[in-house]
Design a protein around this ligand. Sequence first.
Ligand code: BES
Ligand code: ZN
Ligand code: ZN
Length: 478
Amino acid sequence: MLTAIRLLDSPKNLLSTTGVVFISHEDEIQNFPLGDDKKIFIKQELFENKKRELLFADDKCKLLFIRPKRHEEGAYKLELARKSGAKGWAFLKDIGQTNLYYFGKSEKLFLAFVEGLVLASYQFDKYKSDKKKSNNTLGIHSPISEDCNLEELLHLTIATFEARNLVNEPVIYLNALKLGEEIKRLGEKYGFETEVLDRSQINSLKMAGLMAVNAGSEIPPTFSILHYKPKTGRKFKKPIVLVGKGVVYDTGGLSLKPTPNAMDFMKADMAGAAAVIGAICAVAQLKLPMEVIGLIPATDNRPGFNAVTPGDIITFANGKTVEILNTDAEGRLILADALIYAQKYDPKLVIDLATLTGSAAGALGKEGAVMMGKAYDEEKSFLKIASQEVFERLVEFPLWEEYGKQLKSSVADITNLGGPTAGAITAGKFLEHFIDYNWVHIDIAGPAFIKSGEDYRTTGGTGFGVRLITQFLKNISN
Ligand code: BES
Ligand code: ZN
Ligand code: ZN
């Protein structure tokens, strides 16, 4: 796994080296420290015969030349470079080397290639007895490397790794208490303040959703507050608040999920929390000039002797009563507590991230997240732009009034269960009852976790949201 980068000299002769050569444009080949015959050969193979990879291998040299697929559209251009980076990593891992060479001038494409390569190097081997040791420093041999913001790239990838680690941990280790401890540890490591509220504090704050979802559990809930304050140059008066769903395991509760398929990966139901935590780690490392607060309600959701039942009615701190008709719609209940709590900060904008509905995953699969909300068009468009830049794509769904009718209850203000259609939206309509500020809800149920890795998104937790939110915050701070 790569967690560091070292800038090294360009080689005198490529034929006595090992590693990966990234090619962003045909013209770069003339800069290769190689004889003319070799340059002509490479040009022919890659640009006339249209190969995308070319291998040089003998006893002194093992080199893979890679050029990404071409694309008209900017966002895809960068994404294809990231994907090539993942191929580069596969080769480096294979030969046990960590050298990268680049002789071109395109900073953006090169950074995207490095980003894909580093992200692809992630592995979760904590529980493997046979851990493969490898060099964790990527050696970059390129004249352009001095100008590139490689440090920023590393901050982002390492924060993504932190989020992936949290998602990949099973609940036997990462329960709600442990998540609170991990947040404290990360706060000290990356430089933000933390506070972890315990069961009695949660109860005193009348966090009815978190208490109800936790009622069947042996392990108490936690409510963590992450607080990053910039030392200088604060850009906005009001803070940005990020809320992350921290269901450390979702069995469905008494409305038990069917096993095997629906429950297998529900350790990932805290991926929203992981994204918020990762983003704040990155923001703190990048020292962004704005105040950012993270709120993480955390519990497991399981049947137990005192578990909340379908038909129970709970009263939230803002006075709203909710009839719980399905205990598997637990995410919205704990998010509601956090959204009410967020009011006390008088936030400029609140963004929540949650693996909230199968409906969102059904709509977009793992290719993107559903977003909706009541915020300024400008804020939403900044989010969409960031989502294209980092290729953690967002699609906006409507919050039309009509959908709200699906939450009607005969005994309480609303129920926690929508009808058979538009499930991602009715979940959003539910949350809307608990906000009185600018707010965006992002349902990451589809892309947060993948059962088999693809390109630079490794198997398990993807860390989706970390790069998106960090990029968004970076963009609005400029
Ligand atoms: N954690 C699940 C949503 C989910 C499903 C995440 C698939 C990742 C992959 C959530 O708590 C849930 O169970 N939602 C229900 C809500 C329904 C009962 C209204 C759903 O989407 O089926
Ligand atoms: Zn559920
Ligand atoms: Zn859930």
